[in-house]
Design a protein around this ligand. Structure first.
Ligand SMILES: Nc1ncnc2c1ncn2[C@@H]1O[C@H](COP(=O)(O)OP(=O)(O)O)[C@@H](O)[C@H]1O
Ligand SMILES: [Mg+2]
Length: 265
């Protein structure tokens, strides 16, 4: 829980169940405008569920998602979602995928100034008319990032977005994400199981754990960008995330509850 004024995103989940099984309880997170927040936690602890709730993809929970103080229920163009796999339409060109929500393909999409600009930003200038099958995994995820930004969302949610690519591509995609997030001043909530990725990208790292109401000291990543991956600040923060995760995982075995262990500043 924080005392910062006017978060852009304010999420409270009192209770989320699948059938009778409780998956999330008493989770509270708020995110400031243009903040980048990483969410880590043991597998199965409810990270994707929480992200789907924030995205409006799951409305069957007790709680509330506020965007700029206004309650959200269901999908909104203010919140974009990027999944682990790019989920491009194989029969559409790169541009048509990026501009999909316009509902107009062909030259309209290929020449759309925003499409052209976004593709240049993600390093895919000249790929306007390419089909997804001709792209590498990393390029396809770049298209997904461009598509996620096309509608100019205020919040971008990412669920393990770089898990399926090779390590070098992953590093490049991380740098790209930071670049576009800062350029577009978009607020980011990113789920990852990679602690180093969370620390490299995030202003704060949150650990989703198992005991309702338990709060643990915050893990702030107060390091200027561009960041040095070998910085001692990251090493210290890494140790704290690992300790918190260790406690979260140990408790996952006991009660069937999940809560946010650590909210950091
Ligand atoms: N649609 C669903 N129906 C039933 N159980 C689900 C569903 N989605 C997720 N779960 C369960 O909820 C728990 C949390 O899942 P999830 O949010 O995907 O965890 P994480 O992303 O942290 O690995 C898991 O035990 C998972 O099996
Ligand atoms: Mg998940």
């Amino acid at each position: 829980m924080t005392t910062r004024p006017s978060p852009l995103l304010d999420v409270v989940v009192h209770d989320k169940r699948f059938r009778r099984r409780k998956v999330l309880q008493d989770v509270h997170l708020d995110i400031a405008p243009a903040e980048i927040v990483g969410l880590v936690g043991p597998s199965g602890c409810g990270k994707s569920t929480l992200l789907r709730i924030v995205a409006g993809l799951d409305t069957r929970y007790r709680g509330e998602v506020l965007l700029d103080g206004h309650p959200l229920r269901g999908l909104t163009r203010d919140i974009g979602f990027i999944f682990q796999e790019p989920r491009l339409f194989p029969w559409l060109t790169v541009s048509e995928n990026v501009a999909f929500e316009l509902g107009r393909g062909g030259d309209h999409a290929h020449h759309h100034p925003r499409v052209v600009q976004l593709l240049a930003e993600v390093g895919l200038a000249g790929y306007e008319r390419a089909l997804p099958k001709t792209l590498s995994g990393g390029q396809a995820q770049r298209v997904a990032i461009a598509r996620g930004l096309f509608r100019e969302p205020r919040v971008l949610l990412l669920d393990e977005p770089f898990s399926a690519v090779d390590p070098l591509t992953r590093v490049r995609l991380q740098e790209l994400l930071i670049d576009v997030a800062i350029r577009h001043a978009v607020t980011v909530l990113l789920v990852t199981h990679d602690i180093d990725e969370a620390l490299f990208l995030s202003d704060r790292v949150l650990v989703l754990g198992a005991v309702p109401g338990l709060s643990i000291e915050p893990i702030t990543v107060a390091l200027q960008r561009p960041r040095d991956r070998d910085s001692s600040t990251l090493l210290v923060a890494r140790r704290r995330v690992l300790e918190t995760l260790g406690r979260a995982s140990a408790r996952l075995d006991t009660p069937p509850h999940r809560t946010l262990l650590s909210a950091t500043h």
